[in-house]
Design a protein around this ligand. Structure first.
Ligand code: SDX
Length: 441
């Protein structure tokens, strides 16, 4: 078994890639590296010295790092966290175990889990001064705007855990982020609807505590429904990490400059907010509500297929999954469970979603482009059934993804030979020209 550091570095193979040029006899040989699973990479680090850059806007075929955290096989529809298949984690584990696994590389023993849960529990409260920050936002501010601001503001309060190159400070920052982001998310909702903040309860589990902070009021007791809490915990597991997606890459690039962990996670929240990324779950619900009836699905499918129309079928397609996103399949199952538990199995939006999925998967456009439902397609329906307002869907995605972002950030800053991310470009602007005084323009 390769050591952790070897796995994170990749292994030189005996193979090399040879680049030849049609207009001269230059030959460039580059090493080919293999990981423990997945696609081999051509190590192009030496290309700059040979006078070339690679060109890959959108990073469709670029490995930005070596990582041992999450593995995805888009063709086979596989997703592993530290080697464990997502289906097994979703069924047998909980978010606390998954958070520990992502951060430490191994599933916790019972004792390790108890210690992890207890440590997080005593980090769930915010510095009381931070409660005043919420008041600076408009009441109708989008929860993601509030989360971005509040998590970034943690840089101003937790300076004793902000040095990314100090392992003990990295550990405390990880605990603080995993523990406080749910409080920030729930309070951004409470602030939105003008209700008092509810403090975290040490007697409750992670998902229960979030539901408590979201829906309890000072006027009466509130006990989270265990079935709904379990469904929410599973949603956290499914969204916890996903290799080098846009927001994780944002966290890595921000962190590569040595920025403090809270600033890096705030940057990740900013990127996740986009409707093509984590904002898709909110966009899916808005789209299903706009469709309104199964009779109108065909109209939206046609719009999505029209290349002159920027409309995309939200919740479909993925950069990597060219098969069903394994998380979408689990989410569809969770949907059935939650809607049955709540007696909402005739939920009209769920019916539209099921019909939309069936029609899309039979349409040649979607088949040819290998567009399948992704994790966001069903998550919005489950969250809505849990009573979570649509505006909070991406905030919940960010809450869960904080575990992955922190694990990836920590792996990046502690990697051997860590370097600041500094891509180059293909310059297509004006060649040198001389300044023209304004009187002569
Ligand atoms: C997430 O990267 C991750 O891992 C992300 C994520 C994670 O866990 O971090 O999995 C979470 O972000 C899931 C994706 C949520 N986004 C959406 O559901 C928004 C709708 N989907 C699309 O915007 C799109 O599919 C992306 C952004 C997800 C992927 O875009 P790509 O890989 O850049 O692919 P593309 O846009 O180049 O599409 C390829 C073709 C295009 O047609 P052509 O230009 O080749 O003719 O497929 C078409 C696209 O027009 N297409 C769609 C479509 N998605 C792609 N057409 C209609 N509807 C869609 N949803």
């Amino acid at each position: 078994m390769q050591s952790e550091s070897e796995m994170t570095q990749g292994t030189e193979t005996k193979r090399t890639a040879r680049i030849t040029f049609s207009d001269n006899d230059q030959v460039i040989e580059l090493p080919v590296l293999a990981g423990s699973l997945g696609t081999d990479v051509i190590d192009t680090r030496g290309l700059g010295a040979r006078g070339y850059f690679t060109y890959d806007p959108g990073f469709l075929a670029t490995a930005s790092c070596a990582s041992s955290i999450t593995y995805i096989d888009g063709d086979a529809g596989l997703l592993y966290y530290r080697g464990y298949p997502i289906e097994q984690l979703a069924e047998h584990s909980d978010f606390m175990e998954v958070g520990y696994l992502l951060l430490n590389g191994e599933l916790p023993s019972a004792r390790q889990k108890d210690e992890f849960v207890r440590t997080l529990r005593y980090h769930t409260m915010l510095h009381d001064q931070m409660a005043y920050f919420f008041r600076g936002f408009r009441r109708d501010a989008h929860p993601m705007a509030v989360m971005m601001g509040m998590v970034g503001a943690m840089s101003a309060f937790y300076r004793d855990s902000s040095d990314p190159f100090d392992p003990s400070q990295r550990e405390v920052a990880a605990y603080r982020l995993l523990a406080k982001v749910p409080t920030i998310a729930a309070w951004s909702y409470k602030y939105n609807v003008g209700l008092p903040f509810m403090y975290p309860q040490n007697r409750l589990g992670y998902a229960e505590n979030f539901l408590y902070m979201m829906f309890a009021t000072p006027c009466e007791d509130y006990e989270p429904n265990p079935v709904l809490a379990r469904a929410l915990d599973r949603i956290f597991i499914l969204h916890a990490d996903h290799e080098q997606n846009a927001s994780t890459s944002t966290v890595r690039v921000a962190g590569s400059s040595g920025a403090n962990p809270f600033a890096c996670i705030a940057a990740g929240i900013a990127s996740l907010w986009g409707p093509l990324h984590g904002g898709a779950n909110e966009a899916v619900l808005n789209m299903l509500e706009e469709i309104g009836d199964v009779s109108r699905i065909g109209e939206y499918i046609e719009r999505a297929k029209d290349r002159t129309n920027p409309f995309r079928l939200m919740g479909f397609g993925h950069r990597i999954y060219k098969n069903m996103d394994p998380r979408a399949a689990i989410m569809r199952e969770t949907c059935h469970e939650v809607l049955d538990e709540l007696g909402l199995h005739d939920d009209p939006l769920f019916r539209i979603a099921l019909k939309l999925e069936q029609i899309a998967l039979e349409d040649t456009y979607f088949i040819e482009k290998r567009l399948y439902p992704n994790v966001d397609f069903y998550s919005g329906i489950v969250l809505r059934a849990l009573g979570i307002p649509t505006s909070m869907f991406t905030a919940i995605f960010a809450l869960a993804r904080t575990a992955g972002w922190v694990a990836q950030w920590s792996e990046m800053v502690s990697a051997q030979g860590h370097k600041i991310a500094r891509p180059r470009q293909l310059y297509t602007g004006m060649r040198r020209r001389e300044f023209i005084p304004i009187g002569q323009r």
